[in-house]
Design a protein around this ligand. Sequence first.
Ligand SMILES: [Zn+2]
Length: 132
Amino acid sequence: MEALDIEQLLELARQAARHAYAPYSKFAVGAAVRTASGRTVTGCNVENASYGLTVCAERAAVFAAVAAGGAERLAAVAICSPQARPCPPCGACRQVLAEFGGDDMAVVLEQADGRPRVLTLGALLPEAFRHA
Ligand SMILES: [Zn+2]
């Protein structure tokens, strides 16, 4: 990914975090996914009084991307939380990202100084479970 694209994706994640519904944890997270065809879709975490029903920002973004334009390979995801920098995806989200992204999918995290750090999904979830 180009440096400009990375920064734009991270900015969209920052903006999405402002919409987080996190009255219980106070831990707002925003995510922005970029599909292989160039679509960009954002998501935020949405908590529930029944805590187990909470959906993370990353999964909200992936599911919204599928709902809006169909299942498509993901090229990148950016994740941002004002409360924790960097904010890597949880295990469940890594598995959901692996459903639509390959090992080379870019995972962009905001560092403490605000600059992006780019990892790969393969580094975060080696030997992911996938159907052949
Ligand atoms: Zn998660």
